[in-house]
Design a protein around this ligand. Structure first.
Ligand SMILES: Nc1ncnc2c1ncn2[C@@H]1O[C@H](COP(=O)(O)OP(=O)(O)OP(=O)(O)O)[C@@H](O)[C@H]1O
Ligand SMILES: [Mg+2]
Length: 465
């Protein structure tokens, strides 16, 4: 299985790249949230992504969102792909509402160090690791660069929520937690703790982000807890954390996982999905980027491919528009931008990331004359086809532009093509879209038919046999 580390496309406006999820604008009041396979442990994102993790997390959230709507409305609209959720755009409240049924994690560490008061809640002496509280406690944190614990009064004083809002959040969080814990209990699982995020939509409080996933919760097997409550391990990342601790030397933890550890982590995530939902998550071996593009394109969020027309100066716009217009009938996305290889070449790495790293197929057409450094600079940096289509005013101008477009150093594979419409058609052919093959073949046939008809007309007019 192939993991997805990040989702990149010039067709979608990026709103946020978080530790785990990449969010894009879908419409003014909706966004696409792509759960990548990135895994963060000990507060850092590992270099190794875990195949299927994003699909497991998205699928679990979707499952819980559907089943908790009656408790509190949420942002979830539907899954567009196993790892992509369409959600309502909300105004997030900068608060994480943490609910804990047991003394674990950072709270246990603080408790051991002698703390007894947490976010305005006092806990008694003499508790042991993972011990259950008489009833779940709510320990909110602020949501900022450094999430900080805060009492409800502090949250209100900081202007993050109104007292009424806090009351509603706490009530909703408690109900969600009770429902989640009950459902998991039926499956032999224990919800130790979790965190919820809320936002405002249409002046209403809605649950956002994710719910009861292994990234937002600690979930224990109930039997292991019963056997040895102090040593029970949560079902997801604990395995990775343990491996990292063991493999770390001199306090330096590895940032990458060996393939077998990644594969075992995938297995555990899939197992958890099946245990909670009762069905297994059937994922093909297809590259998740291709799968996502297919789903996003089929549902109208993007086209299946793009052509980017990069101009050396705004003066090239008319020429660039001819290329765009020639592409219009074929249903591919057209991106346009101005970038001078000579004057702002420092913008190239970002472009290499966007075009070169895109999940969807694409071709770049460089439109620059005089001294065309653009086509070569793009071809040298982007692992996608680059065509130079230099504009020219007369044949002398053409000579200059041609030389600078075509005389390229080694490992700079830019092609040169003169007519904007031919550039558009070559770009289409480079894309090799199965859906266009027949259409392009028909167009070739139509040219032949037209020529044959002209031939007949000429021969008839000249009275040839
Ligand atoms: N419905 C929504 N409307 C607006 N924002 C949302 C919605 N649901 C989730 N978010 C925000 O989208 C982001 C999800 O990405 P992710 O969880 O990967 O980021 P994060 O790691 O929490 O963020 P950061 O890296 O900034 O700490 C969060 O900032 C979350 O608050
Ligand atoms: Mg988050």
């Amino acid at each position: 299985m192939i993991p997805l580390s990040r989702f990149v496309s010039p067709q979608l406006k990026l709103l946020h790249r978080g530790k785990v999820r990449d969010s894009f604008r879908a419409s003014p009041d909706t966004r696409l949230m792509v759960a990548t396979d990135r895994l963060s442990a000990f507060d850092q994102v590992l270099d190794t992504a875990i195949p299927a993790k994003g699909a497991v997390l998205s699928g679990l959230s979707a499952w819980w969102f559907e089943r908790t709507r009656d408790i509190v409305p949420n942002h979830f609209i539907r899954l567009v792909d196993p790892a992509v959720s369409l959600i309502r755009e909300c105004r997030p409240l900068a608060v994480e509402v943490v609910v804990r049924a047991h003394l674990a994690g950072s709270m246990w560490r603080a408790y051991q160090a002698g703390r007894r008061s947490f976010c305005g809640v006092s806990v008694p002496d003499g508790l042991t690791r993972h011990q259950a509280f008489p009833e779940p406690i709510v320990t909110p944190t602020t949501k900022s660069d450094h999430d900080e614990e805060a009492s409800p009064a502090e949250l209100v004083a900081a202007g993050l929520v109104t007292p009424e809002q806090w009351k509603a959040l706490e009530q909703a969080a408690r109900k969600l937690f009770a429902a989640g814990a009950a459902t998991l209990a039926e499956r032999g699982l224990k919800l130790c703790d979790t965190k919820y995020e809320f936002g405002i939509f249409d002046e209403e409080i809605v649950l956002i982000d994710e719910i009861h996933t292994p990234d937002s919760s600690r979930i224990w097997p109930a039997d292991a807890f019963a056997r040895d409550p102090q040593r029970v391990e949560s079902l997801d990342k604990e395995y990775v954390r343990a491996w990292l601790l063991e493999a770390g030397q001199g306090g330096r933890r590895p940032r990458a996982l060996p393939p077998e550890v990644a594969a075992e982590t995938t297995r555990r995530y899939l197992e958890l999905f099946e245990r909670v939902t009762g069905v297994s998550l059937a994922l093909s071996d297809e590259d998740p980027r291709e799968r996502m593009v297919r789903h996003l394109a089929a549902q109208g969020f993007m086209k299946d491919a793009w052509v980017a027309v990069v101009m050396g100066s705004p003066g090239d716009l008319a020429h660039a528009r001819r290329i765009r217009d020639a592409l219009a009938p074929y249903g591919v996305a057209v991106d346009m931008r101005v970038l001078s290889a000579h004057k702002n070449g420092e913008a190239l790495p970002a472009l290499a990331e966007l075009y070169g790293g895109s999940a969807d197929r694409g071709v770049v057409v460089a439109v620059a004359g005089l001294s065309n450094g653009l086509g070569g600079a793009l071809a040298a940096n982007l692992p996608v086809p680059v065509l130079s289509c230099p504009p020219f005013t007369d044949l002398a101008d053409l000579q200059v532009n041609l030389a600078s477009s075509m005389m390229l150093p080694s490992e700079v594979p830019a092609g040169t093509i003169l007519s904007p419409s031919n550039a558009a058609h070559l770009a289409l052919r480079c894309l090799q879209l199965p859906r266009l093959k027949d259409r392009l073949a028909l167009e070739i046939g139509a040219v032949k038919d037209r020529l044959a008809a002209r031939d007949q007309e000429v021969r008839a007019a000249e009275r040839l046999p």
